[in-house]
Unconditional design. Sequence first.
Length: 273
Amino acid sequence: MNHRLKKRFDKLRAEGRTALVPFVTAGDPNPDVTVPLMHAMVQAGADVIELGVPFSDPMADGPVIQKAAERALEHHVSLRDVLDRVREFRLEDGDTPVVLMGYLNPIEVMGYPEFAEAAAAAGVDGVLTVDCPPEESGPLAGSLAEKLIAPIYLLAPTSHAARIEKICSVADGFVYYVSMKGVTGASHLDLDSVADKLAAIRAHTDLPLGVGFGIKDAETAAAIGRIADAVIVGSALVKLVAEHADRPDEIPGAVGGLLWAMRQAMDAADAKA
């Protein structure tokens, strides 16, 4: 496992706390916001940062994150630019794990070995490529493994037992469970169903289990935090970025405020567990 991810999850487990994993799109609404926003999220209680790589066809994402990618692409933010932002973040923060989330095409264009080398040099800890299933991920996963970068995979409510076993056999860092059918930003979170699915997944892996999609506020973050090892929140934060796009200096404070409320609610729930 990547050492930063392992160290962070081991520490949280020892403390009896759940990881808070915010997602934002790199370069949204402009490239200058990204690094200050990353630092603000850490200050607000983020344990791992998930950084979206802008892509023209983000098929797994709902309209909120699709528009975030469009705003970033208007500034011509590329995969190399995203790595530059991670490298800049690492000048002040060498501890917080950073996971890139995106799509395979930009990585293929760069080339798997070159991407893995550049990502490791920048300080990336994990990579989740939404459209790269394990059956097709061998070359990329191999390049990532050489650089101790964790390949992270998705599981869904529709994942059957054999699929869960397959994903868990190749995953590293943590397993990302998509809590509902649909795209990012969907609603109708069913906590009982999520808990049942997490129990089924835990039968196949000791990796931390993160849950994302549908987490909108402190209440839902705390509820998921009671049953998962990590709470992943994206669309609710990206929506705040969009609302403050014309006042970018306010973005770190706005996003940090929501994350802080989530962190407090999650810690209170962990204390009662």
